[in-house]
Design a protein around this ligand. Structure first.
Ligand code: PSV
Ligand code: MN
Length: 388
C-alpha cells in the first residue's frame, strides 16, 4: 500500500469540474420537477458551484453551456467567478435545441444550417477567449433515425469540415474535446457514436483535439477502463463527463450505480499518472439531479470521485506487477480488491481537515444555511432548466 501522505498529496492536487446545468431543474421527457432555490441565471449557477468548492476544496471550476448560460458580458461572469473563488471551465456549445437542428447541426444536409452551427461553435471560442477557458467541449446530437435517411459518408465529411474550421480558430492554449454517444436523440445512426469515431477525427485534426469520455454514453457492458487505457496510451484522452447509469444515459450521480467501475477507471488513470491537473485530462461531471437537491448532490458526486481515486491510489503497484508478472491471476486480482475494499473515508476526512474544510462536506452544507438562503432569495424570475 502506498503511504498516506502520497495519496493525500495526489488528492489535494486533483480538480473536479461541476457543470452549470446540473444546478438547474431537470427531469425526464415525462416531467421536470422544479426545486426551490434553483438558479435563475449563470451568475447564480456560478455561486452554487463556488459553494461546492468552498465545502470540498476540490471543485474550483464550473463548465458553461451556451446558450443556457448566455450573459451580456462574459469577462464580467469570469470576474464574478474569480471573486467567488472559482473559474470558468469548459465551454459547451449547444447545437441541439433549435428547430433548425432537427436533421442535425454540423452534419445537416443544408449548408445554411451547417453554417449556423459552425458559427455558434466559433462564438463559443470567443467566449473561451473572454472567460479564459481553455476547453471547448463538443457534443453533437447529430444522427439519423432510419436507414437511407441521409448519407452516412457525406455526414462524416461535413463533420470533418466543421471540426477543421473550429480547430483552426483555437488559440495556442485552447483544446477541443470531442464527446461521443452511442444513441439518443437518434436511434439508427449517430454521427459520433463511439470513441473510435471521435479518436479518428481527433487524430486527423491534430494535438489540440482529444476524446471526451462520458461514462453514460456506451452500450451496456462496455469495458470503459479498457478504452480509457487505450486513449491514454495514444495521448488522446482529453477528459471525462462523469456520471453513472443503470440503463442508458441516466446522468445519475457518479459512483452511485457502479462504484467498482469508477474504481477500475480510476486505477487506469492513476497507473498512467493522469490525476495531476497538468496531465491534460479534465475531470468534469455531467449529471442531472431530477429528484435530489442539486448542491448536496454535486458535493456527494465530488466525494464519490475522490473515494474511487483514493482507493486507486492505494493499489500496491509493486505487488500488482509482481503478481501479474508471475501469472498469479488470483493474487493480482486480490491486490486490486484489497484497495477497493479499503474504507478511505477516514483518510479523506483527514485530508479535508488539513485543507481547512469540514471533514463532512454534506453535513457542513446542511449546517451552513445556504439552502434556506437560496430558497428565500431566488423567488420570481425564470428558473434555469429543461422546462420546469
Ligand atoms: C449529451 O447527452 C451530453 O452528455 C452532452 O455532454 C451535453 O452537453 C450534455 O449531455 C447536456 O446535458
Ligand atoms: Mn456529456
Amino acid at each position: 500500500m502506498k503511504d498516506h501522505a502520497a495519496v493525500k498529496a495526489a488528492l489535494r492536487a486533483m480538480r473536479i469540474e461541476t457543470p452549470s446545468w446540473a444546478y438547474g431543474n431537470s427531469g425526464t421527457r415525462f416531467k421536470v420537477y422544479a426545486q426551490a432555490g434553483v438558479p435563475r441565471d449563470a451568475y447564480e449557477k456560478v455561486a452554487d458551484a463556488a459553494m461546492v468548492h468552498r465545502l470540498t476544496a476540490a471543485a474550483p471550476s464550473v463548465a458553461l453551456h451556451i446558450p443556457w448560460d448566455r450573459v451580456d458580458d462574459y469577462a464580467d461572469l469570469a470576474r464574478f467567478a474569480a471573486d467567488q473563488g472559482i473559474r470558468i471551465g469548459a465551454i459547451n456549445p449547444n447545437v441541439f435545441q433549435e428547430n433548425d437542428y432537427k436533421l442535425g447541426s454540423v452534419c445537416h444536409p443544408d449548408p445554411g444550417v451547417r453554417r449556423k452551427a459552425v458559427d455558434h461553435l466559433l462564438e463559443c471560442v470567443d467566449i473561451m477567449d473572454a472567460t479564459g477557458s481553455q476547453v471547448l467541449s463538443l457534443w453533437f446530437a447529430d444522427g439519423t433515425n432510419y436507414a437511407g435517411q441521409d448519407s452516412i459518408a457525406a455526414r462524416q465529411d461535413r463533420l470533418a469540415d466543421a471540426l477543421r474550421e473550429v480547430y483552426d480558430r483555437l488559440g495556442p492554449d485552447q483544446r477541443m474535446l470531442v464527446e461521443y454517444k452511442l444513441f439518443e436523440p437518434h436511434f439508427y445512426s449517430m454521427d459520433v457514436p463511439d470513441w473510435g469515431t471521435s479518436y479518428a477525427h481527433c487524430v486527423a485534426l491534430g494535438d489540440k483535439a482529444q476524446v471526451l469520455v462520458d461514462t453514460g454514453h456506451h452500450a451496456p457492458g462496455t469495458n470503459i477502463e479498457f478504452l480509457v487505457t487505450v486513449l491514454l496510451r495514444f495521448g488522446k484522452l482529453g477528459g471525462f463527463h462523469f456520471n453513472s447509469r443503470n440503463y442508458a444515459d441516466d446522468d445519475l450521480m457518479v459512483g452511485a450505480a457502479d462504484p467498482f467501475q469508477l474504481f477500475r477507471i480510476a486505477h487506469e488513470l492513476v497507473r498512467a499518472d493522469a490525476i495531476r491537473p497538468d496531465s491534460g485530462v479534465e475531470y468534469m461531471l455531467d449529471q442531472c439531479h431530477n429528484l435530489e437537491a442539486k448542491v448536496p448532490a454535486l458535493i456527494r458526486s465530488v466525494l464519490n470521485v475522490q473515494e474511487a481515486v483514493a482507493k486507486a491510489l492505494l493499489v500496491d503497484a509493486d505487488a500488482l506487477a509482481t503478481a501479474q508478472g508471475a501469472g498469479d491471476v488470483l493474487g493480482a486480482h486480490g491486490v486490486l480488491m484489497d484497495a477497493f475494499s479499503t474504507d478511505v473515508r477516514p483518510l479523506l476526512a483527514e485530508l479535508r481537515t488539513e485543507l481547512g474544510v469540514d471533514s463532512d462536506p454534506i453535513a457542513a452544507y446542511h449546517a451552513s444555511g445556504y439552502q434556506q438562503q437560496i430558497e428565500a432569495a431566488r423567488t420570481g424570475g425564470q428558473q434555469a432548466g429543461w422546462g420546469a
